[in-house]
Design a protein around this ligand. Structure first.
Ligand code: SF4
Length: 450
């Protein structure tokens, strides 16, 4: 009989977030990759709490992943297996940043991208000599295997596809460079087309941090990718993250739209240069805040909706400036709004700064990690108290996520993009964010102790 590898995707019991609605669930793509890297002499079983609550499944080895917000739950599930004598290996972004913390709850940790090291982990387990820490090197994407999408539950509406990794930028709040590095690596387009053709989903999410990259090579890769999707008649609709400078390339936007692009998530972060400087968002400073609306117009012209991501709680923010941010959002032509509380994720420069300045609020770790989901306030802001920031978050959600606002945005998106289909995409995405905002109000954690 084949040995069994149990893959576990934990979900945050405190806040369901994007797993609340089927329309916003995202597959645990990294586990699909681990499944593909596992020798065929193994049987692979996925336990996915995005879909169903945890139920123990017997196995020989467990591989568990976690974001910071799901780390406490991952440790809880790990202990269930370890209590039965089944070894647990943890990977993913949180364990990679905090391997020694994770080792208090699991048997082994994979630090970094699994591709270069997973085979050795399995061989060591088979030989009875599992090590405590495995340091992986950044993967060569030209030999990256296709993730095993068939292990994911069929109710996922979107297939997730990766076309690149890494980011040369250095935004204060972002953990991508710490995990994937500053080198921007591209995956061969043929492999991406084949993967897209192999999934039955009509809807795709390109999980890249920036689908168009930061240099000419990356731009040429995006051109080739979109042209090939059209030539191969892949007939998918998709969304992705992109930097604001995509708005300067009308040809690329047109091509993206023809290949099925309906929405681009743009890290706008803030509408003032001071706040952008706080976050070290260099690209937006270079583009100029006064050029935002022109950029949104260019994206709309291609028939694509703008999902604008904004942050509340940067060091120069005051309650008054946050209300102005909300007003800006309401008046702007951004179609879908992601409004997040500034969150110092482990591994970021922001986290280190907050730690050194004694501004982190969590006192009960790892349990308090469940509040690192970008809605609660987990640090002391510079120009207001934590409680005030959470009240401002709730005030912002009440106006941004009201049904009146969402209905108005639907009509405006339809008008601006001249595409009913794009407006429907934006409508659905706004309902996703509304569900997240309505699930629970934002709170400032442990403020009685601060
Ligand atoms: S926020 Fe985006 S641009 Fe900034 S470091 Fe992260 S991935 Fe790069």
């Amino acid at each position: 009989m084949k040995p069994t590898l149990i893959l576990v995707n934990p979900s945050n019991p405190y806040r369901k977030g994007f797993t609340l609605r089927r329309e916003s669930r995202q597959v645990p793509l990294g586990l699909g990759l681990v499944a593909a890297l596992t020798p065929q002499t193994w049987k692979v079983v996925l336990i996915d709490e995005n879909i169903k609550p945890f139920r123990f499944r017997p196995g020989d080895l467990v591989a568990i992943t976690a974001f910071t917000s799901t780390a406490a739950r991952a440790y809880e599930i790990a202990s269930i297996y370890r209590n039965r004598g089944i070894p647990v290996v943890m990977g993913g972004i949180h364990a990679s940043i905090k391997p020694y913390e994770a080792l208090q709850y699991v048997d082994a940790v994979v630090v970094g991208e699994a591709e270069s090291i997973w085979k050795q982990v399995v061989e060591d387990f088979e030989a009875g000599k599992l090590q405590k820490i495995y340091y992986a090197s950044p993967a060569d994407l030209s030999s990256m295997p296709q993730p095993r999408h068939e292990i994911f539950h069929p109710s996922y509406l979107f297939a997730s596809i990766q076309t690149s990794r890494g980011c040369p930028m250095d935004c204060d709040f972002c953990s991508v460079p710490a995990f994937n590095g500053h080198g921007y690596r591209l995956r061969p387009v043929e492999a991406i087309w084949d993967e897209i053709a192999s999934v039955p989903h009509q809807l795709l999410y390109f999980v890249d941090d920036n689908i168009v990259g930061y240099n000419e090579k990356a731009r040429a890769h995006a051109y080739e990718l979109f042209e090939g999707m059209i030539r191969r008649n892949l007939r998918k609709e998709w969304f992705a993250q992109a930097s604001l400078n995509i708005a300067r390339d009308a040809e690329l936007l047109k091509l993206a739209a023809r290949s099925g692009c309906k929405m681009l998530l743009i890290g706008v972060e803030a509408e003032t240069e001071d706040s952008l400087r706080d976050a070290n968002k260099r690209l937006n400073i270079k583009m100029g805040v006064d050029n935002y609306s022109r950029a949104f117009r260019a994206i709309h012209k291609a028939g694509i909706a703008v999902l604008g991501a904004f942050i509340y709680g940067m060091d120069s923010d005051t309650p008054e400036s946050l209300r102005k941010r909300t007003q800006y959002i309401l008046r702007s032509s951004v179609d879908v709004v992601q409004a997040s509380a500034m969150t110092p994720l482990p591994g970021t420069r922001l986290y280190e700064r907050m730690r050194l300045e004694n501004r982190l609020l969590p006192t009960k770790l790892p349990l308090d990690y469940q509040h690192f989901h970008f809605t609660d306030v987990v640090f002391c802001p510079a120009k207001m108290d934590a409680q005030t920031l959470s009240e401002e978050m709730n005030r912002a959600y009440a106006s941004i996520c009201s049904m009146n606002q969402i209905r108005m945005k639907f009509l405006r998106t339809w008008w601006n993009t001249r595409s009913l289909r794009t407006a429907i995409w934006a409508w659905n995405s706004n309902l996703n964010y509304r569900a997240v905002a309505l699930e629970k109000p934002s709170i400032a954690i442990n403020t009685d102790l601060s």
